[in-house]
Design a protein. Structure first.
Length: 277
């Protein structure tokens, strides 16, 4: 099914509105958030993300075992397809992200990310990984919610790459819950929308223009049951979370290339974490 594109005037209008929201973000981060109670930050950021999703005409469906209101000390774990994943997650539950070091260098967006608590990781540096693990654990102990994309890259949504286990140790040290989430994008006919993915050498500007030119994007967040991080070591926890994410996508007809990893059975305490909520 060919992708329908918006008209030039619609695309320009949405682009102008998006630039307006980015300008608003600068004002919020620079002038407003530092001057108000921290308890109000989350609601402001969540509303801003929902407003951007509305401008981009991204229609989000949330299903599964979603958080019951605001939660604390949770490591959210998701597959990664696009920069829009960040907006989707923050529109549901305010989280801090662990992002690759390159994001810090993105014009304006990198500055906003840094000022709103993003932790940056140079994936090739063992020293940086240890530092970010320590910072993540400390944030979880304080009650923050952290989101990670343990694939370490983006995909087109038809498969889930192997999860890296390093940052799962932070949840174990902080005795935090771990909450797997499957993210997917679909076309109007229900088929997988691989063209929305932000892949490889594509620039952020090119990806944003691609989204602006689409009349509607359908996104789905599939929440699995949260996992007690104390019920296994980090490799067991990583394997369980990857299986949970893959299963949530398979259940809804999204995953085209399932992992060959053996499924983990939560009922067996010796080999996998136990779901807890």
């Amino acid at each position: 099914m060919p992708i329908t594109r918006t008209g030039c005037l619609t695309k320009i209008g949405r682009g102008i509105r998006l630039l307006g929201k980015l300008s608003e973000a600068v004002v919020l981060v620079w002038l407003v958030l530092p001057r108000i109670e921290s308890s109000r930050h989350d609601g402001i950021i969540e509303r801003w993300c929902r407003a951007v999703l509305d401008i981009l005409d991204i229609r989000m469906t949330v299903q599964g075992q979603t958080p019951p209101g605001r939660v604390q000390s949770v490591l959210f774990v998701a597959n990664h397809i696009s920069w829009m994943d960040i907006l989707l997650l923050n529109a549901c539950q305010r989280v801090r992200f662990v992002a690759k070091e390159e994001v810090r260098l993105w014009p304006l967006i990198g500055w906003i990310a840094a000022r709103t608590g993003t932790l940056f990781l140079r994936r090739t540096s063992t020293h940086q990984l240890a530092r970010v693990m320590k910072s993540t654990a400390a944030s979880l102990r304080r009650g923050d919610c952290i989101a990670i994309f343990p694939e370490g890259t983006t995909t087109d949504g038809s498969s889930v790459h192997a999860f890296h286990s390093g940052l799962f140790e932070s949840a174990i040290e902080a005795k935090a819950l771990v909450w797997p989430i499957g993210i997917s994008y679909r076309r109007l006919d229900g088929a997988l929308d691989a063209d929305i993915a932000f892949l490889g050498s594509e620039s952020l500007v090119s990806s944003i223009l691609n989204v602006l030119s689409r009349p509607t994007t359908h996104a789905r967040l599939s929440f699995s049951s949260p996992v007690d991080s104390s019920a296994g070591d980090r490799r067991q926890l990583t394997a369980w979370c990857q299986h949970a994410v893959e299963q949530s996508l398979v259940d809804h007809g999204t995953l085209l290339i399932p992992s060959h990893a053996s499924p983990i059975h939560p009922g067996r305490r010796s080999s996998s974490p136990i779901a807890a909520a």
